[in-house]
Write a protein that binds this ligand. Sequence first.
Ligand SMILES: [Ca+2]
Ligand SMILES: [Ca+2]
Length: 539
Amino acid sequence: MTEQRLMYLAKLYLEPSRMSSSTWLRVAGRLFSQPRHAGPSRAVAANRGRFVPTLARLVLVCVAVAAAVQSAEAQDEVAMFGNTPSRNMVSTETGVAESWDPRTGANIQWSQPVGSQAYGGPVVANGRVYIGTNNEGARSPAHEGDKGVLMAFDASSGDFIWQMVHDKLSAGRVNDWPLQGICSTAFVEGDRVYYVSNQAHVVCLDANGLANGNDGPVTSETGTGPTDGDIIWSYDMIDELDVFPHNLATGSPVVVGDVLYTVTSNGVDEGHVNIPSPFSPNFIALDKNTGELLWENAVVGEAILHGSWTNPAYGIAGGRAQLVVAGGNGVVYALDAATGEIIWQFDCNPKDSEWILGGRGTRNNILATPVLYDDKVYIGVGQDPEHGEAPGHFYVIDATGTGDVTDTHKVWSRDGEDFYRTLSTAAIDDGILYISSLSGFLHALDAETGEEFWTYDAFAAVWGSAFVVDGKVFLGDEDGDIAVLRAGRELDLLAEINMGASVYSTPVVRDGVMYLLTRNRLWAIQVGAQSEPIGNDQD
Ligand SMILES: [Ca+2]
Ligand SMILES: [Ca+2]
């Protein structure tokens, strides 16, 4: 445990009224070297809803949140999963190509190989594109073997600039699945790059890498060349919080003002039954400048069904700054951004639903990212893609309530055969909600009522999300096809382009250029550009 964490726990120790009994036990366990995962009793487990900010931190976060609300316009260029903290998959960019051709290079500015599996990103800020992948791209002989890798490319030329390389956890596949690399989409603000590594660290990098020197406080990076990444600070959620990521730590942080919010990836053990760390937090806030823990919330406790692979959204609803997060129990929570206290919660599983190992049950967890838009939260349920397709639910929730709003604040839902399990995030534009499912259906629905305008069938699994930009909807699938549809109330397929490798992420657009990450290659697509023919069967 680091000195920083000890200081934090010591402060909690001195302010016992601010700590629930379960947090006490975890703190005591850490302070007195309780063996890892020897959890407290179930009687204590009943005491849920923990948030443990100290008074000083509370004030700091309140000030930071207030400042963020006031000065959102003045901040540095930012890039994140879903364009804005509310995560709505819509961009106001224009001049985006309607089609392109990997076989001829038409409308393709550049492309670059990455690793063999790429799930993180892309995001673009300050002329650079960031993606998360594995080390099969072998960009440097200094880094050999299976690793998690975050790569930075020049947005105009596609030139590789630097990479941050993380070792795999020694625990193996239970915590850090082989060859999956970095799955977190980075949050970029100014010259700082934030993400969650495969080691379950929340990492803050210098966007300029080591090329401009090694910036601290962290200066112990294993890579030391000019194309290596530069860690500013790193917060180890396993060491500091005892979290147990199931198969992989993911989570794309959101930063608002001086505060970084993320989910912790806490999950079940290898046998899929026990929760090794039921008293570890599910959601945390860190000081973006130092990595210091500001608050933690462990409300999900022993109710985790499988893992917690989702991303927080942030926005104002009902006049309050809310952090909207999905728990590994299938419940959506809105937290007070300043304290981590629960404002409202909504259970996305019907009361009679049943969790059955391997995905055969009707109870689901949530892998999608909530969208906060127009005082409402848009979210669908799903399961690990390996659990297969099955009927699910998609909810629109009034975000202005308090307490348990499951029975009172549902605006509308699509259920059962009308909406299959999803990993996708919603896009709401011009009164139309676009949402895809793992089964490959893209639904265009009336955002107010849920009434269907049309459904497009990609005939392949969809892991990413529909992205709406420039009057078009882009959707990638596991067969490597990008469907280009006209945004609107009529189904109109403009193009379908095969990229030669599965698309597991969501495209983004910056300065009219669309950046598209396939399983193994990053593409920049621009009207009128002409690259060398790449072919669509590269591997
Ligand atoms: Ca540097
Ligand atoms: Ca450094």
